[in-house]
Ligand binder design. Structure first.
Ligand SMILES: C[S@@+](CC[C@H](N)C(=O)[O-])C[C@H]1O[C@@H](n2cnc3c(N)ncnc32)[C@H](O)[C@@H]1O
Length: 280
């Protein structure tokens, strides 16, 4: 059913809780990628911005600094625990509002925003054309979009390495279908162009960026592996295994990533698109 119910459950359940608990480590890991998107977005004082799937609010806080007192930033998310964390971090700021809402169905005020920004928050819609059409209604006629999304798993060793190791020890689930929502669902440029084009955007561009990310900043190898296994797709797969299997996978993953370890966690390769587009 195209009502995002599965994702609403996920982000209000164990995964949303995990993202809230690990907010500082996740922000340390994702900040350079979000900053690359913010640089590309070139936000000036006075801009009115929507931060879609804002989670615990890291990019919303950064944008609040950039838009200043004459601008405004609204962070939209479906996850109660993550929004509660965002709200706590934003205390006292007048140009920043967080709202619990589904970007697919929320009634945005028409022509109220200049920019739709997102750091990894737009890949989870059951009906992405409906979601982007709805969001586009919030944009002014010259409004634009700048979204950071993952390239395919095969180009992201930070997640691929442990998945390949785990596949030697456990029965892996069927991979997600090309139209299924999920973190890597915006990996193929043709799909992103098709969705945004159908939702009423043009001048669509996907700029690739390869970067090292720090997984488990400041942690020792063992804790960094625990963090890695806790945030990616393996979390749910491992939860269904017995202790002995979990330990085997953990040891094998540790072996596979130990060459990525330095004194500040795992330094792993990541690949994103910075997607930009304009309202038609
Ligand atoms: C991978 S997290 C990214 C969070 C944050 N932008 C960050 O970079 O830390 C994806 C976020 O998208 C949110 N999300 C998923 N589907 C959504 C929807 N339909 N409307 C609004 N937010 C949604 C989730 O609740 C989650 O907070």
């Amino acid at each position: 059913m195209a009502n995002n119910s599965e994702q609403i459950e996920i982000w209000n359940g164990d995964i949303g809780q995990r993202w809230t608990e690990e907010q500082a480590l996740l922000d340390a890991m994702l900040a350079p990628l979000g900053l690359a998107g913010l640089e590309r977005a070139d936000i000036t004082p006075g801009t009115r911005v929507l931060d879609i799937g804002c989670g615990c609010g890291d990019t919303s806080l950064a944008i609040a600094e950039q838009v200043g007192a004459d601008g405004h930033i609204t962070g939209i998310d479906i996850s109660e625990p993550m929004l509660a964390r965002a709200q706590a971090r934003a205390e006292g700021r007048k140009n920043l509002t967080f709202q619990k809402a589904d970007a697919t169905t929320h009634r945005f005020a028409p022509a109220s925003a200049d920019l739709i920004f997102s750091r990894f928050g737009v890949m989870f819609f059951d009906d992405p054309v409906a979601a982007f059409s709805n969001m586009r209604g919030a944009l002014t006629p010259e409004g634009r979009l700048c979204n950071v999304v993952w390239r395919p798993v095969r180009e992201n060793p930070w997640v691929l390495k442990s998945l390949m190791v785990a596949a030697e020890h456990v029965q892996m689930p069927q991979p997600a279908g090309p139209e299924d929502p999920g973190p890597f669902s915006f990996g193929e440029p043709e799909r992103v162009e098709r969705i945004l084009g159908a939702a009423g955007f043009d001048n669509i561009a996907l700029e690739p960026l390869d970067a090292k990310i720090t997984v488990g900043a400041g942690l020792g190898l063992s804790d960094a592996v625990t963090f890695l296994l806790g945030i990616g797709p393996l979390r749910l797969i491992l939860a269904e295994q017995d202790d002995a299997t979990q330990n085997r996978v953990r040891d094998a993953v540790t072996e596979a990533v130990k060459s990525d370890f330095d004194t500040d966690g795992l330094q792993m390769d990541a690949a994103i698109w910075i997607v930009t587009a304009q309202s038609k």
